[in-house]
Write a protein that binds this ligand. Structure first.
Ligand code: 4FM
Length: 231
């Protein structure tokens, strides 16, 4: 899976994306994250990427030309146009289901905006879909892009070492994860549920399924409804 990220802050990506699991996945050649600096495609000596909005209003708008040229640089020579995602609060809110779909793509281009917005012609011409990571407003699209890269990359076979535990993963089967415990069996007088020490795997699985259902019903009735519909 290859992510080409069009951004004004490429160094942010290099830092975060070479750490931990994503970093190891890159070393294994399972994932490739390229940060492309939109500023490298400006044509003036001040490397201008934004300008005042037509019609007035506060703030600046990202201009077409540097983004179009950065896009062309990334896609030249490719026989198919990769899916282009613009990270924006106006997009469809990212879910695990969408992450699973996205993880089947070979190549994604993520566009990270800044300022008050990007010129609409960029969205009309280049963007296939807008994706939001939640209904709140951030200063730019870099963190959302990293969130998307993280949740998509971990679904790629070989990226997670413990893929076995994968199917239990909360939000994977649509339910929240059951409670987890580790040693010691009693910490400052607080015990671990007996069932988990019993070694009865069938009973443990049953208890965990009940816990997942119960906490989903309590914490996320919306997900619980979805789950009941899907049954
Ligand atoms: N929430 C979100 N989910 O995805 N992105 C966001 C978000 O707030 N982006 C900030 C942003 C996005 C585009 C531009 Cl031009 C400026 C600022």
């Amino acid at each position: 899976m290859k992510f080409d990220v069009l951004t004004l802050f490429p160094e942010t990506f290099e830092l975060v994306m070479k750490e931990s699991i994503i970093g190891r996945a890159q070393e294994k050649g399972l994932v490739e994250v390229n940060a492309i600096d939109i500023r490298d495609y400006t044509k003036d000596k001040h490397r201008k990427v934004d300008d005042y909005p037509f019609g007035g209003g506060s703030g600046m708008v990202m201009m077409c030309q540097p983004v179009f040229d950065a896009f062309r640089a990334v896609t030249q020579g490719l026989d198919t146009k990769p899916r282009v995602i613009f990270m924006s609060p106006q997009g469809r809110v990212l879910t695990q289901k969408m992450a699973v779909e996205l993880s089947k793509e070979e190549h994604l281009i993520l566009l990270c905006g800044h300022y008050e917005g990007i010129d609409e012609r960029i969205i009309e011409e280049l963007v296939d879909e807008e994706i939001s990571i939640g209904d709140y407003v951030l200063t730019g699209g870099e963190l959302p892009a990293m969130v998307l890269i993280d949740c998509v990359s971990r679904l790629i076979p070989g990226v997670l070492s413990s893929e076995g535990s994968f199917s239990d993963e909360s939000h994977f089967n649509g339910l929240l994860e059951y409670p987890q415990y580790t040693r010691p069996a009693e910490y400052e007088g607080r015990p671990v549920p007996e069932i988990l020490l019993s070694g009865h795997h069938a009973n443990i699985q049953k208890w965990r399924a009940e816990q997942s259902l119960e906490r989903t019903r309590k914490k996320r009735p919306d997900l619980y409804e979805e789950y009941l519909k899907g049954k």
